[in-house]
Design a protein around this ligand. Structure first.
Ligand code: CA
Length: 226
């Protein structure tokens, strides 16, 4: 999902319209505090961020977001506000467009930044195998060995297991798992994750009804216990 943070309704509407037409799921908010609230609660793939905002401005949103997150940010800046633009880039924004801009150009920037961001995510195939008690997961061969026996996993089952097991003890919500294992949470029902977790437990847990590794975190999602 792309988060559009812009207090000028006419600009926000046109940006959302073009992004939706380009196939993106979009959420729009009007100020920096609302943006931080959405970012804390939902899985956002990219932020289109106006700098001049009520309550918390765009630079402050960037600063707070970058304290804990690498979510791509494209700034919307006013012509002539070069100091703000530089400050934003130094704080870690990925790109900017200067108002007035063509919405089509913004869509191209969004695509380019997302391509770059996805390109730098670690390729599981380059990682060494993970070895836990009774469980070995090898991303190079995509083989899983449970208590000495090889198990065949589908691509998505493997990607889901890898997303969990390569971050042991970290709790993920279903949207985050969709993004990690499916590459996007757009247009995919989060219950897909539930279904895959059930199948995965049948394949990798000694007793799927009392899982030892793939643990349900009530009210949130799942985590992997080594
Ligand atoms: Ca503004």
């Amino acid at each position: 999902m792309i988060l559009v943070v812009e207090d000028e309704p006419s600009i926000s509407e046109v940006v959302c319209l073009y992004l939706r037409r380009a196939g993106f799921a979009v959420t729009a908010v009007r100020d920096g505090q609302e943006a931080l609230d959405v970012l804390a609660q939902r899985s956002v793939e990219l932020v289109v961020l106006d700098l001049m905002l009520p309550r918390v401005d765009g630079l402050e949103v960037t600063r707070r977001l970058r304290a804990h997150s690498e979510i791509p940010i494209i700034m919307l800046t006013a012509r002539g506000s070069e100091a703000d633009r530089i400050a934003g880039l130094e704080l870690g924004a990925d790109d900017y467009v200067v108002k007035p801009f063509s919405p089509q150009e913004l869509v191209s920037r969004v695509r380019a930044v997302l391509r770059r961001a996805r390109g730098t995510s670690p390729e599981p195939s380059l990682e060494p195998p993970l070895r836990y008690e009774g469980l070995e997961i090898d991303p190079r061969t995509r083989l899983v060995v449970v208590e000495g026996a090889e198990r065949t996993l589908t691509t998505k089952e493997f990607d889901l297991l890898w997303a969990l097991a390569s971050n042991p003890r970290r709790a993920f919500n279903r949207e985050q798992l969709l993004e990690r294992a499916w590459g996007s949470s757009d247009y995919i029902d989060p219950s897909t994750v539930t279904v895959h977790v059930r199948r995965l437990r049948e394949k990798v847990e000694r007793d799927p009804s009392e899982p030892r590794h793939i643990i349900t975190v009530w009210g949130l999602g799942y985590r992997f216990d080594p």
